[in-house]
Design a protein around this ligand. Structure first.
Ligand code: ADP
Ligand code: MG
Length: 730
């Protein structure tokens, strides 16, 4: 196909929904089409306004009101040209979604007529009536004010006919009510701390950013089947369903050819994503049937987080067009793999250095070692907090469920790095200059190993936190998570650690050690101090559970217990010291997460109770009656001897069904009772804990009996689509 001119293509794409006939010859022709990016800013803004935005992005300088007006005008002109009629501040409240309230550009004017209005003040700050967003007690509903404020570092984009402006969301009194605010603050903290440490190695570094490349796993289910499963529709996962006779045993889905219908969906949502400037690059099948993955090229963490949130909503929207429903739940189906969102994380300098990339000479190797060991130290000292950042009710079904990393935080480094650390540790020296051994240790191995080799060897997929050549991959993050949560914690603990490291090094220097020697001494200390969390074996094995316990590593699998790390004195100190979150904000987040946990369990418990009583038991009774009728007929037809012989099996089945029905009924009654007990507590900590110990076990138990019934009861009358139908797309 002949390549059309760019402008013409824009018009076609914009006016009509995408159509198979519209073919671009290259992604570069439509990448970022719906984004007010640098190129468009240059086109639509004065030099002065453009420079201000640039400055604000790189140095975090405040936005000047007068210039903000110019930006708003440029943005509006571009957006209206692209067919936008509305604008919205787009933010990430703490309920885990994205929020938007659309306002029209249109404004009536005195004397009739109307104009399209969008001013700097509307761009920069708004005051949505946001009383129904969770605030953890920070904002009283009678004083429902919360502010959204423009984040210039994440470009505005158009969805459908709405211009969306990424913003932070804070309370009237300035506390963060979202994920973005602390994420941006953690970026600032990391930048300052990492720059100080970088200065030891590279004098010219002016800025350090966190980089994030997420890998999004998801399931697809046919929309009609999804709608026939109230549990899936209301809770995101199947609360019942016996395993299909065949699911992932043969591992024939992983990296297999993508079904045509799925591939059409992927192309469609990727097209939309690319127009929004989301650099999606990789797609493949995952291990479980109907499970897939999508991954972009990594970006600066704040932008990557926005892009992930945006992609999830694009995927949901486009799925409906293909009669699919996309599931981001961490464990929609029991017995097959759950879904994660691996967070590949590193740090990069404005001079183009990846700080976790092994160097080519001793100096850059020392820098590499410094950042790797500081990461180890940060993770080791804050494992509980890191876990709390990713442990949600849904994720508890995945973590430790023998195909996902356990809830024990350990780090995998690979043989090359481990050998090197060992060598360094052994080269003990108390002299004030480096021994030849120490110097050799730095020169050895790592510099000589090409990056590509480090990248592709030594992969350990069972580790929750693995070094993968030039970055760490945090694999315990759940598929539905907002990546900001783990990123805030990683950036903050790293910033804090780098500050301590800097202080320790300066201390050694003041004792008379040369700088490199001082660094070396501290690193050697860290090697010893972090040995405990390094684990290279199979993280899914039972041996590891025992070994981790021996090492004193925590293995917390329950949300209320895990969340305590959010409000521990050490977390509060760390977050306040680095100006990321205040005590009040942490307490609010703790409360919100407990509340979300409680509500999720409560909803599941109600849905399960309803389905059990209204769908499953009546079906079981119906089948029982069929069997009873059958037995009665046998009794009429057969003589006693024959009857006893032949009806025995039927009677056994009848008894079995009765037993399961009673267990289900008793289970549901007891579960309701437990909910009442839990709800009677007044502190959310107690409510959540009571839901955990009182209600959660019943959800599993009731399911067990329902799944048994599914195997016994006539398929024709079973009221819900089964796993074998849900899990295979034809
Ligand atoms: P795998 O499935 O083998 O882990 P993928 O290619 O699916 O690998 O995903 C790797 C992810 O890591 C990609 O999003 C990639 O952009 C990202 N990545 C690569 N280098 C970095 C880095 N320096 N910082 C952050 N993310 C990175
Ligand atoms: Mg990966």
């Amino acid at each position: 196909m002949a390549t059309l001119r760019f402008k013409a293509l824009e018009d076609v794409v914009h006016r009509k929904p995408i159509h198979p006939e519209i073919k671009f010859s290259k992604v570069s022709e439509y990448y970022g089409l719906n984004v007010f990016d640098r190129k468009k800013m240059q086109q639509y803004l004065s030099v002065e306004a453009f420079d201000m935005v640039e400055d604000s992005i790189t140095h975090g300088t405040r936005v000047d009101r007068r210039l903000a007006n110019q930006v708003a005008l440029g943005m509006k002109a571009w957006a209206i040209e692209r067919g936008a009629t509305h604008y919205t501040h787009w933010f990430h409240p703490l309920n885990g979604t994205t929020a938007e309230k659309h306002d029209s550009f249109f404004e009536p004017v005195e004397g009739g007529g109307a104009i399209e209005n969008f001013s700097g003040s509307l761009l920069v700050q708004q005051e949505p009536d946001a009383s129904s967003f969770p605030s953890g007690g920070i904002r009283n509903t009678f004083e429902a004010r919360g502010y959204t404020a423009w984040d210039p570092s994440s470009p505005a984009f158009i969805i459908d006919t709405t211009l969306c402006i990424p913003t932070i969301f804070v309370s009237y009194t300035g506390e963060a009510l979202d994920y973005k605010t602390p994420l941006l603050k953690s970026n600032v903290a990391l930048d300052a701390a990492a720059r100080k440490v970088c200065d030891y190695f590279h004098k010219d570094v002016q800025k350090v950013i966190a980089t994030l490349g997420w890998e999004q796993e998801y399931f697809l289910v046919d929309a009609a089947l999804y709608n026939a499963r109230p549990d899936l529709a209301l809770t995101g996962r199947t609360l019942m369903g016996h395993s299909a006779s065949k699911d992932q045993q043969l591992e024939d889905h992983y990296f297999g050819s993508i079904p045509e219908r799925v591939s059409a969906y992927m192309k469609d949502f990727e097209f939309e994503a690319l127009k929004l400037g989301i650099p999606v690059k990789t797609r493949h099948n995952e291990v479980a049937p109907n499970q897939f993955e999508c991954a972009p090229v990594f970006e600066e963490a704040n932008l990557a987080v926005d892009h992930n949130m945006l992609l999830m909503s694009v995927m949901e929207r486009i799925a409906k067009k293909h009669n699919f429903r996309v599931l981001f739940h961490e464990k929609p189906f029991a017995g097959v793999n759950g879904s994660g969102k691996h967070n590949n994380w590193s740090m990069a300098t404005n001079t183009g250095i990846n700080l976790l990339s092994p160097g080519k000479n001793p100096k850059s190797n020392l820098r590499f070692l410094t950042f790797v060991l500081n990461t180890l130290k940060a993770v080791s000292d804050n494992a509980d907090l890191l876990r709390a950042s990713i442990l949600t009710y849904n994720n508890t079904f995945r973590l430790g469920a023998n195909e996902a990393p356990p809830a024990i935080i350990s780090v995998f480094l690979g043989k090359h790095i481990n050998d090197m650390l060992e060598r360094i540790e052994k080269s003990v020296s108390d002299k004030k200059t480096m021994t030849p051994d120490e110097k050799a240790a730095l020169k050895l191995d790592i510099g000589k190993i090409p990056e590509i080799l480090l990248d592709n060897t030594d992969r350990n997929r069972t580790s929750p936190f693995a070094f993968t050549g030039n970055r760490f991959e945090f694999r315990a993050v759940g598929s539905s998570a907002n990546c900001a949560s783990p990123m805030i914690v990683l950036n903050s603990i790293m910033a804090d650690q780098l500050n301590s490291f800097h202080e320790e090094v300066q201390n050694e220097v003041s004792k008379g050690f040369k700088r490199d020697e001082a660094i070396f001494r501290i690193l050697r200390k860290y090697i010893k101090a972090t040995k405990n969390i390094i684990f290279e074996g199979n993280g899914y094995s039972d041996e590891w559970l025992k070994e981790a316990e021996k090492r004193g590593l925590t293995n917390i699998r329950q949300v209320p217990e895990s969340l305590k790390a959010f409000v521990s004195p050490s977390t509060i100190k760390l977050m306040e010291r680095n100006n990321v979150l205040s005590k009040r904000e942490l307490e609010a987040r703790h409360e919100i997460r407990l509340d979300v946990f409680k509500k999720k369990v409560q909803i599941e418990s109600r849905v399960l109770g309803d389905l059990a009583i209204n769908h499953i038991i009546p079906t079981a009774v119906k089948y029982q009656n069929v069997l009873i009728e059958n037995v009665r007929g046998m009794r009429d037809l057969l003589n006693t001897g024959e009857f006893n012989r032949q009806a025995g099996l039927q009677l056994e089945t009848l008894k079995e069904i009765s037993a399961h029905i009673s267990s289900i009924k008793e289970g549901v009654d007891a579960m309701v009772e437990q909910r009442k007990i839990a709800n009677a507590h007044s502190l959310i900590d107690d409510v959540a804990q009571a839901y955990q110990v009182g209600v959660v076990p019943y959800i599993e138990e009731i399911r067990y009996h329902i799944d048994k019934l599914e195997l016994i009861i006539d398929d024709e009358i079973w009221p819900l689509p089964k796993y074998r139908e849900l899990l295979f797309i034809s």
